[in-house]
Ligand binder design. Structure first.
Ligand code: NAD
Ligand code: TYD
Length: 332
């Protein structure tokens, strides 16, 4: 199989490419990535020399860049490329609408023309917040942040291209991922690296919001299964069933790192902050997937990875990120 992966230099995309190259010896991958602030070629340094892997720097919103990537003749296209940070979508939504909606549209146009299979990497955030119970794939899309709304827009475009043009496409909606190579603006790598730097951790509000933490390798195995066995026109939720409040998560990180509660700095809450995400996962389980990593082991392993890879995150935190961080969090 020839897989065109967009956004492969980001967190999940790079873990996915590594998994594909390891588990499918016959597959080849072309990675189309714009290399935004979140895209980092270091994430794939170890596979760069693999003859089955190639890279094209390009923008999924640009028809010429997309046309060039499709000229490679992929059998399947997997769209990870997106603006992904909720906080950035609140301060500057435009790039989210452009990449997450228009970019997906550009890919869909080529998919329609060339008749290849498409997988949209979506998120559980498209369903909005749920205080009890869990969303199924049939639940209405009720996104609350500009990030979630732009991802929901893309999902609806995919649906419409299946219904209208008969393209072959699946959608995967995963819960919060964590693990190696996650950009340190997201809560787990931010908190872990802050503690390694001797800083405090900025906890929004009272830390009562709940997320379901899915180890990235488990997610990538699920995505790979949906890609190869999912039914066209269908969406598949991917979740770990490991829900934690942000305060529970923070305390677990502090404990692993031998730090006390004085390292917590409560800061003003995020605007429109969704209380809880939770998805029902019987549909992907029926395909034969279940998560393998329990939260405690996954968190231990993740903390250790950031301890061992300061050479990966220190340049990020001392680059453009330093200004972003100072504007947002002050001297925390
Ligand atoms: P990320 O921010 O780490 O990486 C995004 C990647 O996309 C980067 O490499 C970036 O350079 C690239 N990119 C951005 N705009 C682009 C454009 N216009 N053209 C080409 N490339 C572009 O993101 P992530 O956390 O790895 O998330 C990947 C996907 O998974 C996203 O679609 C996201 O919505 C979805 N998702 C993420 C999570 C999570 O917990 N991180 C959970 C569910 C779903
Ligand atoms: P985040 O990692 O940004 O993922 P998402 O918003 O997509 O779920 O945030 C996870 C949770 O952590 C969310 O409830 C917001 C919270 N959070 C903090 O408390 N402090 C922070 O500095 C950040 C970035 C997030």
């Amino acid at each position: 199989m020839r897989l065109l992966v967009t956004g492969g230099c980001g967190f999940i995309g790079s873990n996915f490419i590594r998994l594909v190259l390891e588990e499918h010896s016959e597959d080849e991958v072309l990675n189309l990535d714009k290399l935004t602030y979140a895209g980092n070629p270091e994430n794939l340094r170890d596979v760069e020399g693999d003859p089955r892997y190639s890279f094209q720097q390009g923008d999924i919103c640009d028809a010429d860049d997309v046309g060039k990537a499709f000229a490679w003749n992929p059998d399947m296209v997997i769209n990870f490329a997106a603006e992904t940070h909720v906080d950035r979508s609140i301060t500057s939504p435009e790039d989210f609408v452009k990449t997450d909606v228009l970019g997906t549209y550009r890919l869909l146009e080529q998919v329609r023309e060339m008749g290849v299979r498409f997988m949209q990497i979506s998120t559980d955030e498209v369903y909005g917040s749920i205080s009890e119970g869990s969303f199924s794939e049939e639940s209405p899309l009720q996104p609350n942040s500009p990030y979630a709304a732009s991802k929901a827009g893309a999902d609806l475009l995919v649906r419409s291209y299946v219904r209208t043009y008969g393209i072959d496409a699946v959608i995967a909606r995963s819960s919060n991922n964590y693990g190696p190579y996650q950009y340190p603006e997201k809560v787990i790598p931010l908190f872990v690296t802050n503690l390694l730097e001797g800083r405090r951790v900025p906890l929004y509000g009272e830390g009562r919001n709940i997320r379901d933490w899915l180890y990235v390798r488990d997610n990538c195995r699920g995505l790979d299964l949906v890609l190869r066995s999912g039914q066209s026109g269908e969406a598949y939720n991917v979740g770990a069933g490991q829900e934690k409040t942000n305060l529970e998560l923070t305390r677990a990180i502090l404990e692993i790192m031998g730090k006390g509660e004085e390292s917590i700095q409560n800061v003003p809450d995020r605007l429109g902050h969704d209380l809880r995400y939770s998805v029902e996962t019987s549909k992907i389980k029926a395909l034969g997937w279940s998560p393998r990593m329990d939260f405690e082991s996954g968190l231990q392993r993740t903390v250790q990875w950031y301890r061992d890879h300061a050479a990966w995150w220190e340049p990020i935190k001392s680059g453009e990120f330093r200004r972003y961080y100072a504007e947002k969090y002050g001297d925390i």
